[in-house]
Design a protein around this ligand. Sequence first.
Ligand SMILES: C=CC1=C(C)c2cc3[nH]c(cc4nc(cc5[nH]c(cc1n2)c(C)c5CCC(=O)O)C(CCC(=O)O)=C4C)c(C)c3C=C
Ligand SMILES: [Fe+2]
Length: 409
Amino acid sequence: MTELSRRRLLTTAGATGAGGLALGTTGGALAHAATTRDRGPGLSTVGSTSVPFHGTHQPGITTPIQAHGHLAAFDLVPGAGRRQAAGLLRRWSTLAADLMAGGTAETDTGVARDAGPASLTVTFGFGRGFFDATDLAHARPAALDPLPQFSSDHLDPERSDGDLWVQIGADDGLVAFQALRVLQRAAIESGAARVRWQMSGFSRSPGATARPMTTRNLMGQVDGTNNPQPSDPDFDRRIFVPAGGEPGWMAHGSYAVVRRIRMLLDDWEAQSRAEQERVIGRRKSDGAPLTGEEETSPVDLDAVDEAGDPVIPANAHIRVTSPDTNGGAAMLRRSFSFHDGFRADGAPDAGLLFVCWQADPLNGFVPVQRKLDRGDALSAYIRHEASALFAVPGGAAEGEYVGQALLEG
Ligand SMILES: C=CC1=C(C)c2cc3[nH]c(cc4nc(cc5[nH]c(cc1n2)c(C)c5CCC(=O)O)C(CCC(=O)O)=C4C)c(C)c3C=C
Ligand SMILES: [Fe+2]
């Protein structure tokens, strides 16, 4: 095909809107071969959508997962105390509000200059070490006590924990990188903090599927179906610290558990589809429970087959993690996939940057992970390699910064 006919085809695809889907595999391959001027339609809702920075809760918790994500933990530099930390949080909040509104921030590098805000969100959290370094030990929430050690953990301390946490998500990779770089540079310039670890991830791009769908993880499973929904009557109670809760500065905040979970994809992909479905308890094709017709069908943990065996096996992941089998423990899972190349043995260094949100980790992540640690069917195919827990305060009001009630309280 000549370059001219290639361009005509692509122009038509762009003009028909759904062209990318209608063209199927051939169209997709051609789109990848396109030159820069033929990169598809102009600014769409994907680029122009913005998420407010100011509000009751911080952004990036109930915001739909974006296509690109960065997680970065920072440590305060020795000698930096409460005043420097407050200056950094004030600066970070100003920059985040500007970037999320589609501004390019004073420290613009030019990387995101032509793009809209692309649903950028920036979320800030405090790790356990922050409170000693800033003489705020008296204000440290009990919920930040270290997570228990789990027998299946293979944790790398250098990629775990951290005094401060920044979560970035955006539907454009350049917008996400720009936010990360601007915030990292502000930390260096403040002299208060430097990066301890950083991880990058991704999820489905908006518009990539024929209709909005629950995303898939790198095992190919529909992942996120049975998350609590903001419309649930008890959603706020389960996910957010109430006004008047302890400590007071965490009102409307939440706790984020972050785990880098590598998937043993060579072993996983060697299993039959039927076995993969028994491991989770849901169909791979559409995420329906093995006891139901469609993704949203209720899960029937009591159903048995003709031989009297449970249809959803005793060690299936959705049985072991179900709130019904965990005293109601619930969490909001909002994870990015990651792929950091291939290991020496050829296995992908890939998996889930698992992030879950809850009002209290002792009633959310901990009891569920304790049960998973005793061995659900999925455990044979995953390794927890890094772990962190952060207190994520409520959102900042206009003119205020995230964490102000802690740092100036
Ligand atoms: C400690 C909490 C959890 C860890 C760690 C975890 C890891 C993990 N999960 C999947 C894939 C799926 N998980 C699913 C459901 C599910 N998982 C947890 C908790 C943890 N998962 C919960 C609470 C639930 C919901 C249970 C329920 O109420 O039914 C599913 C099914 C679809 C869904 O509801 O999202 C999949 C698929 C992977 C791959 C993984 C580690 C890499
Ligand atoms: Fe899970």
